[in-house]
Design a protein around this ligand. Structure first.
Ligand code: 26V
Length: 832
């Protein structure tokens, strides 16, 4: 087993002490910054590029954090406490510099120090390319959770994949989405620490063999056919002002020497290089959440790759030598972020049984206590099923182990429900149709100590609809942990003036104790506070306006209601419903049914990426852009209605967009959005929500109160009832003139220069299929939008509601989510 550090105990007192950090002063900062510029970048200030300056600044901040990181590692190792191993295929981190400055309280010092050097902190910050190693909510949630754990002084290692290309960069060409590779590493990534010396080997393919060991026991060995190396890259995860720095460890795939040496020796250089490329492909690119997760061999390779690296890493390096693996759950709980890392379950069984010589039953006891599973969806097509053909080819031993886990589990089911063979078949981890495959969610449910959904409604539906047999068998296994977001990045950093106003009013304890925002409630009626609050919103809008102008050439009008819908483009999220509302407003004005001056001046901002293979989503993007073009260029609507769709919505843009928003669009079909987390960020920044009773919207509405939330649409039981009765969208088209006029306008080519085919598929889909019932909720949505306008007309009432949204949504801090996981699932302790 590999160990770290010198072989003998060091005697020099400095050998075990962490390096000291530079002085927490402007002078110390400037010295350190210039030193980094000279020694790391090899340039003087006068000859340095902005990128040099950004990298030197990043190094200065890293140096400051370094002593704390080393100390955190030492303390945690020595304390031998239980840690959280967060296993996630995605981390949507956002830019690192601003967060590191916040966590170290170096922002002001850096600002002044750079000014003395004739530099501007904001310019340097904008040089950073965000690591977009996630698709959306699930990846951003992982990033919020590790931030909270560090801030709460809880030992955690985040494990994941260092994709060379993160989520694609979205551009628009003639209004259509065109994807560009995300080259986030091209100018260097100062926040990562590669450790090639700590690489681990991961095996694939081959076959298994039975043999009898020296004690006469029947055993199995896996004889793999090929392998790759996993190289760990460590990232700092600094807690907010508390000196803790946890680690995020992302794995990068590389060819092993053995992989290509043989071929090299045979003289086939080109083949050896190809072999190398093959290995490196594993961590090459993040999968952009395509229309079906099945049948993607490379994706299964990615999943096993990072999970195998992470388990090996924890067992070999994080535990002291000689640790008894029977007690593994005293030291770790692996949280499975959706089904992507679930192959960790048979991997741990394989390590314990095949490598460590455990009996099957003891290994299963240990394994069952080391995992917990979070489900993040209800959509059937998003639940992973891996074909047994593929699994058997890539991971033959794991497939055998899964079969055995399933056999024993089904024996338990049969014992509990004698004679109920139908139930046993239903509960099998092995699906027989459309092809034989492993239902990863079932495996995770059987293996996990706990199974949770991500909002109250979602957890209930998970119990009742997705895993009803399992929740009947093990009711106590199921629980809810409502998602949360980090107030550091999404309030303190993203909305500095609001943060100052809050801190001036109630002190700054709210940053780590978000429920204290409640203390703002009495100020909701205070005209002076309301004025300040409104001024801050206006300032945030101006900040957004200058950003969008520079970034996209988009000019936002002054004084509009800013209506924002930002999230991945998916039919269930119903961007098309928002679009129908816009088209309807436009249609009513151009047809003379209402005067443009009757409209509340409104700017609608969309931000959304569509999976590259998801045609309907891409067509919807095209239509949004075409509607924007038409509406924005029609003088009749000038100053009244504007549609903006900046390309490439990401965390960096979210940080500017959300604080500027007045209205937050959370309009998914009830029962479809597991939680949503954007909804929480908006409410915490004072936007009012127009939303359905879905995901965490339900809890937001309960907390802020009906008067401060615009509810519309069917609730989940109504959706289920309509679905059961038979949903026929065309009847809504036929009976609602306003809806009909809007759809006709699209059909007649109003947004496609008379081309009646261009958006035929979008309209046809809405009229004849409309799986997510946008037409059924249209009327109610339009009525709720009228209430929005009515309220917005009374600025004092609007501001009051807006303040109350901030004051009453402290529950949605990811610190609270982490407390829930700790108390009900992980049973870990903070270090303090
Ligand atoms: C995946 C797929 C793949 C196949 C096609 C359709 C589809 C649709 C959705 C997904 C996402 C699955 C997992 C996920 O990202 N869930 C999101 O997790 C967030 C954090 O818990 C939560 O706030 C979002 O509501 C949920 O969609």
């Amino acid at each position: 087993m590999r160990t770290y550090g010198p072989a003998s105990t060091p005697t020099h007192p400095l050998a075990t002490a962490p390096v000291s950090s530079p002085a927490h002063s402007v002078d110390g900062f400037v010295r350190e910054f210039l030193h980094e510029l000279n020694t790391n970048q090899g340039v003087t200030l006068s000859l340095s590029s902005v990128n040099d300056q950004y990298l030197a600044l990043a190094s200065t901040v890293k140096n400051y954090l370094m002593a704390r990181w080393l100390e955190t590692n030492r303390k945690t190792r020595d304390a031998k406490v239980k840690a959280v191993g967060y296993l996630s295929a995605e981390y949507l981190l956002g830019r690192q510099l601003g967060n590191a400055l916040l966590a170290t309280d170096l922002g002001e010092i850096a600002h002044k120090g750079l000014e003395l050097c004739g530099l501007d902190l904001a310019t340097l910050r904008s040089q950073e390319v965000e690591p977009g190693l996630g698709n959306g909510g699930l990846g951003r949630l992982a990033a919020c959770f590790i931030d909270s754990l560090a801030t709460m002084d809880v030992p955690c290692i985040g494990y994941g994949i260092r994709y060379e290309y993160g989520i694609f960069r979205q551009t628009f060409v003639d209004g259509r989405q065109v994807e560009q590779p995300d080259t986030w590493l091209s100018l260097g990534s100062p926040w990562e620490f590669p450790h090639p010396e700590a690489s681990v080997q991961v095996d694939f393919g081959g076959h298994t063999e039975k043999y009898t060991d020296d004690d006469g026991r029947e055993r199995t060995r896996w004889v793999p056919a090929w392998n790759v190396l996993g190289v760990p890259y460590n990232y700092m995860v600094p807690g907010y002002l508390n000196g803790r720095v946890n680690t995020l460890r992302l794995w990068s795939a590389q060819a092993t020497k053995a992989f290509d040496l043989g071929i090299f020796n045979a003289g086939d250089y080109a083949q050896a290089v190809r072999a190398q490329t093959f290995a490196e492909n594993i961590s090459k690119v993040l999968y952009p959440e395509d229309s079906t997760p099945q049948g993607k061999e490379l994706r299964l390779q990615q999943q096993y790759f990072f999970v195998a690296c992470s388990l090996r890493d924890f067992i070999n390096n994080e535990l002291e030598e000689g640790f008894d693996l029977h007690n593994l759950s005293d030291r770790i709980i692996f949280q499975l972020n959706d089904t992507h890392p679930v192959i960790a379950v048979p991997e741990l069984m394989r390590i314990l049984v095949d490598e460590q010589g455990f009996e099957w039953d003891e290994a299963w006891e240990v394994t069952k206590s080391c995992f917990a599973y979070t489900c993040h969806t209800l959509l059937p097509e998003a639940l992973e099923v891996w074909s047994t053909e593929l699994l058997g080819r890539l991971l033959p031993r794991h497939l055998e182990i899964i079969f055995q886990i399933n056999d024993e589990f089904l024996a338990e089911v049969r014992a509990t429900y004698p004679g109920d063979e139908i139930r046993a078949r239903r509960m099998s981890m092995i699906a027989e149709h459309p092809e034989r495959g492993v239902r990863m969610a079932y495996l995770a449910t059987v293996a996990g100590t706990k199974v949770n959904g991500v909002a109250a409604l979602h957890s209930q539906l998970l119990r009742d609809k997705v895993l009803p047999d399992f929740s009947q068998l093990w009711p106590e296994k199921f629980t809810n942990v409502t998602n949360g977001v980090t107030p550091r990045r999404f309030v303190k950093m993203a909305n500095p003036h609001l943060s100052d106003l809050i801190s001036d009013t109630i002190g700054n304890g709210w940053v780590t104790d978000l429920e204290r925002l409640r203390e703002l409630e009495p100020y909701a009626d205070d005209p002076e506070f309301q004025d300040k609050f409104r001024e801050i919103k206006a300032w945030n809008k101006r900040r957004l306006t200058s950003l969008l102008e520079a970034r996209d050439g988009i000019v936002l009008p002054d004084g509009h209601l800013l209506d924002v819908m930002v999230k991945r483009l998916h039919e269930y999220k119903r961007q098309s419903l928002k679009l129908l509302h816009i088209i309807s407003l436009y249609e009513q004005v151009v047809s003379g049914k209402i005067a443009a001056s009757d409209l509340t001046p409104r700017t609608v901002v969309f931000g959304a990426k569509a999976a590259p293979g998801y045609k309907m989503a891409k067509d919807t993007i095209h239509l949004i852009n075409k509607v924007a073009e038409k509406v924005n260029n029609d003088p009749v609507l000038e100053g009244r209605l504007k549609v903006a769709f900046p390309a490439n919505y990401n965390v960096t843009l979210a940080e500017k967009l959300i604080p500027a928003a007045d209205l937050s669009e959370q309009i998914s079909l009830a029962g479809m959005e597991a939680s949503g987390t954007g909804n929480m960020k908006f409410a915490l920044n004072g936007a009012l929500t127009i939303g359905t009773d879905d995901g965490a919207n339900v809890e937001i509405r309960e907390l802020v109160g009906d008067k401060h939330f615009f509810l519309f649409g069917m609730d989940e039981p109504a959706v289920a009832e309509l679905g059961a009765k038979g949903y026929n969208p065309i009847t809504y088209y036929e009976s609602q003139p306003q809806l009909r006029a809007a759809l006709d306008m699209v059909m007649n080519g109003a947004f496609s220069d008379g081309d009646q085919d261009m958006f035929g598929s979008v309209v046809h889909n809405l009229l004849h299929q409309d799986r997510f019932m946008a037409l059924a909720d249209f009327e109610s949505y339009v009525a709720a939008q009228a209430k929005v306008e009515e309220k917005y007309a009374d600025q004092a009432a609007w501001t009051r509601s807006s303040i109350l949204n901030v004051a009453r949504t402290g529950f949605f801090s990811s610190d609270r989510s982490m407390r829930d996981y700790i108390q009900r699932i992980w049973h870990t302790q903070p270090m303090i």
